[in-house]
Design a protein around this ligand. Structure first.
Ligand code: ADP
Length: 550
């Protein structure tokens, strides 16, 4: 009779549940797991740091709707991946971390890389369990996958001791639960659906805020229909950009401060009133702002500001309910309202103020010019990864998204270093699409060695480094007697790093160098780094309310 090992059984179980991607770094004791995963048809990507592997795994979850997995060794491998757990928890994204662990037979003996891994994972996960026998692997994997995806999505952890990885049982003794179905789409209370529409009708200055929960739920068709039926102005949260194409006339992105501050009613669709939305509190929001809140997680309802109408359910399903009511009783927010006119006036003013910045010929270059050159060359179905401080903030404004889940950025946890692994994840999931990672120079550095991964797997990602010599800009020349904490090596040639692995590097300092470099990069079919020097003193246009202003 055939035997099956722990390594094989976990791989088979993951694959059965639609876990098709694994990112990791192998070593003792998980080497057999990596090989077995590939044998079972899981796409395995060897990364250069566990942190990157954990970021890539969760990006797969967001992009595909089934959890991505991450495989790491015991001790430091596992602890390196904890940032990924925290990031996934903050973003409400599934992921499965599998941590190799020292043998159960050596528990407490001071084994190689023995560490309290389950305890370390626990604050950042929905579920953490030790695999304590080969027989129980199918059961534990099913639990992990289900809990990761269902309810509010989030990360889970499986601790996998070496002696269980290598142990074998008879295949006939394996009991495999059926594949975890895609998450149910709970409907909201119909009375609340009516209540939400009544509340919207009673508002003078309503605003729909679309969040990445709606994007994760794949609610794009329903949300677009709702916005077009109601003609309500909307604001997309950073990663919800593209759920409705950014050039939609009802987008208020260019009047963000005005709409947040003046709305008398906000409708949160899979978005939280956390720091990204200034907690829903004055002075960013009106003192008495009314709230309609749609969320899969009932415990989120009422966070920071009391909710007037709670729509607890799945975004796609619930916005569909709203649309059905609107089909029966059509209603539109009037176009001729003072609110719509005020918003449009502000948008026109802001667009006019920004326009000359986009074509600014200054040398050294500015953010706006660089990002505009990039945006001009983007195609509508490119996946845009964007991280850094100003590079991301201004990028969110200048780089347009037209399709859902086509933007990945530092997210709810504000994590730097996600960009390269997210780009690799996007290339793994969408080999047919162009992947463009627009990175600050500091952000690039956190995971810079992952360019080797892009070269190894032949992923033609275009990494663009917007280089200002440091964190919020560094010196143009280093004074060896005082190297500020925010400085990086001036004029660093990041593009040379990828050349070492067979990718192409480009270096730009002047406005007219950017377009040809990017065109060559896109045409090359190779992984590229386009390193663009900008003025270290370049800043964002003055904002009424920045993201982190207190
Ligand atoms: P953003 O940063 O885009 O504003 P957040 O991450 O703050 O978005 O909020 C996302 C919210 O979406 C979370 O509160 C989460 O519970 C919720 N969510 C996740 N999945 C769904 C879903 N299928 N339907 C509705 N809400 C969801």
């Amino acid at each position: 009779m055939a035997e099956i090992s722990g390594a094989q059984l976990i791989s088979r179980s993951l694959k059965l549940h639609g876990v098709d991607h694994m990112f990791g770094i192998v070593g003792f004791p998980v080497v057999p797991v990596g090989f077995a995963a590939m044998q079972e048809g899981i796409k395995y990507y060897g990364m250069r740091h566990e942190q990157s592997a954990s970021y890539a795994a969760q990006a797969v979850s967001y992009l595909t709707g089934r959890p991505g997995s991450c495989l790491v060794v015991s001790g430091p491998g596992m602890t390196n991946a904890i940032s990924g757990l925290a990031n996934a928890q903050s973003n409400c994204w599934p992921m499965i971390l599998i941590g190799g662990a020292s043998d159960i037979a050596q528990d407490g003996m001071g084994a190689f890389q023995e560490a309290p891994q389950i305890e370390a994972a626990r604050p950042f996960v929905k579920y953490a369990a030790r695999i304590d026998s080969v027989e129980r692997i199918p059961y534990l994997v099913e639990q992990a996958v289900r809990i990761s995806m269902y309810g509010r999505p989030g990360p889970v952890y499986l601790d996998f001791p070496g002696d269980i990885i290598d142990a074998k049982i008879e295949e006939d003794d394996v009991t495999q639960p059926p594949r975890v179905p895609d998450p149910a789409r709970p409907l909201a209370d119909p009375a609340a659906v009516e209540g939400a529409i009544d509340a919207l009708k009673s508002a003078e200055r309503p605003l729909v805020i679309v969040g990445k929960g709606a994007a994760y739920s794949r609610a794009e068709a329903e949300v677009l229909e709702f916005i077009e039926k109601t003609q309500l102005p909307y604001l997309a949260a950073p990663m919800a950009k593209g759920l409705i194409p950014d050039d939609h006339p009802l987008s208020t992105a260019a009047a963000r401060s005005l709409v947040l501050q003046n709305a008398d009613l906000i409708f949160l669709m899979g978005a939280r009133l956390n720091w990204i939305m200034h907690f829903g509190l004055p002075p960013r929001f009106a003192e008495d702002v009314r709230v309609i809140q749609l969320d899969i997680a009932q415990e989120e309802i009422g966070t920071n500001v009391p909710t007037e109408v709670a729509l607890v359910g799945d975004a796609k399903a619930v916005v569909g309910q709203l649309n059905a009511v609107l089909d029966e009783h059509p209603w539109q927010f009037p176009e001729e309202s003072t609110w719509r006119t005020t918003i449009q006036k502000k948008i026109d003013e802001n667009v006019a103020k920004t326009a000359p910045m986009l074509t600014d010929d200054s040398v050294p270059l500015t953010y706006y010019r660089v990002l505009n050159e990039i945006n001009n060359l983007l195609e509508k179905d490119d996946i845009i990864i964007n991280e850094g401080a100003n590079t991301m903030d201004i990028g969110r404004q200048v780089l347009a998204n037209y399709l859902p889940r086509h933007r990945l950025d530092a997210g709810s946890f504000g994590t730097m270093g996600v960009g390269l692994p997210y780009a690799i994840a996007a290339a793994a999931v969408h080999p047919d699409k162009r992947i463009v990672a627009v990175e600050g120079d500091s952000a690039f550095g956190f995971s810079g060695m992952e360019v080797e991964v892009a070269c190894r797997y032949n992923m033609p990602i275009v990494f663009i480094v917007v280089n200002n010599n440091g964190i919020s800009g560094g010196p143009s020349e280093l004074d060896p007697n005082f190297i500020p904490p925010s400085s990086l090596l001036p004029n660093a040639h990041y593009e040379k790093v990828i050349e070492a692995f067979g990718g192409l590097g480009f270096f730009c300092e002047k406005p007219d160098e950017i377009k040809p470099a990017l065109e060559k990069a896109f045409a090359s079919g190779k992984p590229c780094v386009v390193n663009i020097m900008i003025d270290p003193r370049a800043r964002r246009r003055a904002q009424q309310f920045g993201w982190l202003t207190r």
